[in-house]
Design a protein. Structure first.
Length: 176
């Protein structure tokens, strides 16, 4: 069994190569300490902008911040519904990233009057990076079109499927 002094001496001998590389070791230790101490306060979720959802920058509408959906049908505006399954909501937000904006010429050709509309509310809860905010989204199921912030988008089949799953799983009422 090793004594403490033998243990210390063996580690001293193993680390003796560091004497030739004092500058590199001290700079790497300082860098690691800098990252550990100053990394979390400097990091902000809004700096990361790997994608845009519905043509809105990530810093304004971060998909992972949306935690609840509310819905009102145009057929029955007095009975609201809500949905809180975060996994399905994230799936919907990922699908909405692939929505293609309609050009003004396309918007002029498509008539959305007298269409059934589902009014969605995307709820962003309070977090360290975001204030509480609600976003309005209109979904036209017959045309597979979504309107968000005065712009219309054509959605694909996976987004339509996500909308149908969410509308089937909604709970009557409104979240608290």
């Amino acid at each position: 069994m090793y004594s403490f002094s033998a243990f210390v001496f063996s580690w001293r001998m193993r680390l003796s190569w560091l004497k030739q590389h004092k500058k590199a070791v001290s700079l790497s230790v300082l860098f690691v300490m800098f990252v550990i101490i100053l990394g979390p306060p400097i990091y902000q979720e809004s700096w990361l902008d790997p994608f845009k959802t519905l043509n809105v920058p990530n810093r304004e509408l971060h998909p992972h911040a949306i935690t609840k959906l509310g819905m009102v049908n145009s057929d029955d505006p007095f009975h609201p519904y809500y949905y809180t399954d975060v996994g399905k909501i994230q799936e919907l937000m990922r699908d909405l990233q692939h929505a293609t904006p309609l050009s003004p010429a396309d918007q002029a050709l498509i008539s959305l009057e007298n269409q059934k509309i589902q009014y969605f509310t995307l709820h962003r809860a309070l977090s360290h990076y975001h204030a509480t905010e609600d976003y309005a989204l209109q979904y036209y199921p017959a045309k597979n079109i979504v309107r968000f912030e005065q712009q219309e988008f054509q959605i694909d089949v996976s987004t339509v499927y996500a909308f149908s799953q969410i509308t089937r799983g909604m709970t009557s009422g409104w979240w608290k």
